[in-house]
Design a protein. Structure first.
Length: 105
């Protein structure tokens, strides 16, 4: 008799139209609010709103915060290092998209 192993994976799709508070972003990215505030100060995240109580983050911010958390934790990068790494990752993605578009033409 053979055994079947089933693995369940849970996830959530977050659209750009979703706007999260700093507390919701903190919970979703498993990142302390004070670190999120530091990332905002460094330009890593760009919320809408004038103060932390009013800030609203898009779905893209969640993806960026999760990447920033991995860079901070796994590579032990400081806040300016996280900002630089994310800028470089954005540039790589932009160049890949440009190359892909040029190869289609």
């Amino acid at each position: 008799m053979s055994q079947t192993h089933i693995t369940w994976i849970e996830g959530a799709v977050v659209e750009n139209e979703v706007h999260m508070t700093i507390m919701e972003l903190s919970q979703a990215s498993r990142t302390p609010e004070d670190l999120i505030m530091s990332w905002v100060s460094e330009g890593v995240l760009s919320p809408v709103g004038s103060s932390p109580q009013d800030w609203r983050f898009s779905g893209d911010s969640l993806k960026r915060a999760k990447t920033a958390a991995h860079l901070s934790h796994d590579l032990e990068l400081n806040i300016p290092g996280v900002a630089l790494a994310l800028d470089l990752l954005d540039e790589i993605a932009r160049l890949r998209n440009q190359l892909h578009r040029e190869n289609r033409d």
